[in-house]
Design a protein around this ligand. Structure first.
Ligand code: NAD
Length: 376
């Protein structure tokens, strides 16, 4: 049950902004921001900063209700804690969401107000892009807070994280293929991809280059057309993707898509994709996937490429692409090890990943990050 209480944080620069603390067990800090003048309703959740400041993207989405927005930000920020813990980024877990339609509701004023909200966390939370939010939006956020990563290379950032997330996912698909078929050869494999967007499309490019064939679905027809035209993909309707006979199901859209309805329908051997929070119920649905004999690459392990890339911005020497790529390629071995543990201990791959995350959290921080993103 959520309990809300007004925190009355001082925000001298904007008198219409109201920030309300939301008490949430297991989270260090959760807050809601309302700024009617800027058209902003947003939430920030800091789950855990044991290993460093909480870094996680800013999502913009047309949530149906306040409950849906809060549920999303809580699940996403918790996932970031485990993702960064397994990937050893030296960061904690946090996330933020703006309630609104990213196609129609974006304004400079909205993102400047969001920057003030981020700033009110004093560095406990550092933002970046996520679904519905791009570098151009973060440039407005940057006007009112320094706690922003993932800006363009020209502005001293590490750029769009999506291609790096895709690179990590490709490594993860290969690791899962070894677990399923004893080889990482993807030639002739059929991949059913849900959502060939910013991550899915470059992942699709790598899969096709490796000899795989794609079947895609998307609620955005432009992205379907691009995959058909440029990747030779076959298109299916969004709700049909779960029934496609394939070797690999690759969820690259939104969360909760591994559930009571979809798991029995899947006709794949491997589940490996970029989407966050793929399991609607982490325990129940991880067990259901395992019971069906499917190799599931835990989402927060396979999709850590973006956070790894961004985390390099906070290294004392600043961003270094070669170092980022090398670290992202470790996702291959991280997943191999998780698959092996799950197989030997007869536990779900989700439980095996969770054990690694918890152990790293218990061991504490390995090294200190820079106090703030480099001045730009
Ligand atoms: P995106 O918006 O560019 O791509 C998602 C695609 O999914 C879009 O084309 C969208 O139209 C489509 N989609 C949405 N709902 C759908 C549905 N019901 N059926 C079919 N398609 C649907 O986002 P992205 O940046 O590529 O991220 C994709 C997923 O990966 C998200 O869950 C995100 O949280 C996760 N992720 C992204 C990154 C990153 O670096 N961008 C990093 C880690 C995790």
């Amino acid at each position: 049950m959520l309990k809300q209480a007004c925190a009355d944080l001082p925000l001298a620069t904007d008198t219409t902004m109201k920030i309300t603390t939301i008490e949430q067990a297991g989270y260090e800090r959760v807050a809601k921001c309302e700024d009617p003048a800027a058209g902003l309703t947003a939430y920030i959740a800091v789950h855990n900063t044991t290993l460093g400041p909480a870094l996680g993207g800013l999502r913009m989405w047309s949530y149906e209700s306040e409950k849906a927005a809060i549920t999303d930000v809580l699940r996403l920020s918790r996932g970031m804690t485990f993702k960064s813990s397994v990937a050893k980024t030296g960061l904690g877990g946090g996330k933020s969401v703006i309630v609104g339609n990213p196609r129609t509701d974006k304004t400079a004023k909205l993102f400047e107000a969001m920057g003030r909200f981020v700033d009110s966390f004093g560095g406990q939370y550092i933002t970046a892009e996520d679904v519905g939010v791009g570098i151009e939006d973060l440039m407005h956020v940057r006007k009112t807070t320094k706690w922003v990563t993932g800006l363009s290379r020209a502005d001293g950032g590490s750029g769009n994280p999506s291609p790096y997330t895709a690179l990590g996912c490709f490594e993860g698909v290969k690791a899962a293929a070894i677990e399923a078929w004893g080889s990482d050869d993807l030639k002739g494999k059929v991949v059913a991809m849900q959502g060939p967007g910013n991550v899915g499309f470059p992942l699709g490019e790598q899969l096709v280059k490796a000899g795989a064939r794609l079947v895609v679905c998307d609620v955005n027809q432009e992205n379907v057309d691009r995959a058909v035209k440029q990747l030779g993909a076959q298109a299916v309707m969004p709700n049909d993707i779960y029934d496609v006979p394939c070797d690999i199901f690759s969820p690259c859209a939104l969360g909760g898509i591994l559930n009571d309805d979809t798991i029995p329908r899947l006709k794949c051997k491997v589940i490996a994709g970029a989407a966050n929070n793929q399991l609607l119920d982490e325990v129940k649905h991880a067990a259901a996937v395992t019971a069906r004999g499917l190799v599931y690459a835990p989402d927060y392990v396979i999709n850590a490429g973006g956070i790894i890339n961004v985390s390099l911005e906070l290294e004392p020497g600043g961003y270094n692409e070669a170092a980022a790529v090398k670290k992202i390629q470790n996702i291959f071995e991280a997943l191999r090890s998780i698959f092996e543990t799950a197989r030997k201990q007869k536990i779900t791959t989700h439980a095996a990943a969770q054990a690694v995350a918890e152990a790293n959290l218990a061991a504490g921080p390995a090294k200190k990050k820079a106090a703030a993103p480099a001045a730009r």
